[in-house]
Design a protein around this ligand. Structure first.
Ligand SMILES: [Zn+2]
Length: 318
């Protein structure tokens, strides 16, 4: 089944990856240009939907120039090897910090299996490797020339993960933020932060949000899922929500540094951010899969523990 596509302003198309057989879980974004770029491809188990959607949009095997991955969590990058095989001219653009895991995903797959358990077999699948010469490890300030005067500025945006990058289409003001702003899927009233282990870092995450606000983007595109409007208010909301989640987790952690206690405290305070549409059969499953309290609690707890041990610093000036 081809993922459904939606035309957005400025020659951008959203491609629904139909991750886990549900709509509006993970989006890919195609930037139309002489050298087109796809931003995110979703997990391996649903990547055929993305490849079929690209074909339906008229992309021949030689046409795709870039696959840009915001980071190498499997719900974003797992299908990269399959996209690279289907589009043999495409370079896979990823943070230089995470690039080697795409060439040799054995460790990535093993650690993902520990985190996701049986979801590896039902939702994600193993990340398929990309040949070394096809991987473009990038850093802050690198630029992709898409031709016809269109460029994508790449920003190093750690916080959610230490290998996170974002892409900014400066001419149209479109900012593709992966997971660094958070998650807002159908039924969610507000943006929820995405704070999973092992990398989540509060100071870096807030610094990334502050940097986005300085760019004054016209539109912000989340991977999970779609544009959030207006962009400036969404970025302010993301920052406030992250601070509130952190404060709540920290207060619970001071009582008992235990995962269940922190997760339950977060659930008690933030359950009503989600008001599922009773007619949407996937509403709760979607949120549980991509924005569960346990995963966010585990990342916040790990950060709090590391900070208490002096292994990360809360200082702003690092
Ligand atoms: Zn992620």
């Amino acid at each position: 089944m081809a993922g459904t596509t939606e035309a957005l302003p400025a020659g951008i198309r959203a491609i629904d990856t139909h991750t886990a057989g549900m709509t509006q879980v993970t989006a890919g974004y195609l930037i139309e240009a002489p050298r087109p770029a796809l931003i995110e491809c979703g997990p391996a188990l649903s990547v055929d939907n993305v490849i079929s959607a690209l074909r339906e949009l008229g992309m021949d095997p030689d046409d795709l120039a870039y696959l840009v991955l915001s980071h190498i969590h499997l719900d974003h990058a797992g299908g990269a090897g399959d996209v690279a095989a289907a589009f043999p001219n495409a370079h896979v653009v990823v943070s230089e910090v995470g690039a080697r895991h795409l060439v040799d995903p054995e460790k990535l797959n093993a650690s993902s299996r520990r985190v996701y358990g049986e979801l590896m077999d039902t939702v994600y699948g193993d990340c398929t490797p990309v040949e070394q010469p096809r991987v473009l490890g990038v850093g802050d300030g690198d630029v992709l020339d898409l031709g016809g005067g269109r460029r994508l500025d790449l920003l190093y945006t750690p916080g959610h993960a230490k290998h996170h990058i974002s892409a900014f289409d400066r001419d149209s003001g479109s900012l593709f933020v992966g997971d660094s702003v958070g998650v807002k899927m159908p039924g969610m009233r507000v943006i929820r932060p995405a704070t999973p282990p092992p990398d989540f870092d509060l100071v870096l995450a807030q610094r990334t949000l502050t940097r986005y606000r300085g760019l004054a983007p016209a539109r912000v595109y989340l991977a999970h899922y779609g544009p959030v409007d207006p962009a400036d208010e969404a970025l302010a909301e993301a920052s406030e929500r992250l601070a509130a989640w952190f404060e709540t987790a920290e207060a619970a952690w001071r009582e008992h540094s235990e995962l269940d206690h922190i997760a339950e405290t977060l659930a008690y305070r933030f359950a009503d951010d989600v008001v599922p549409d009773p007619d949407d059969p996937d509403a709760e499953r979607r949120v549980r899969l991509l924005s569960g309290f346990e995963s966010n609690a585990a990342g916040l707890m790990r950060y709090l523990d590391l900070r208490a041990e002096g292994r990360v610093t809360a200082a702003e000036d690092r």
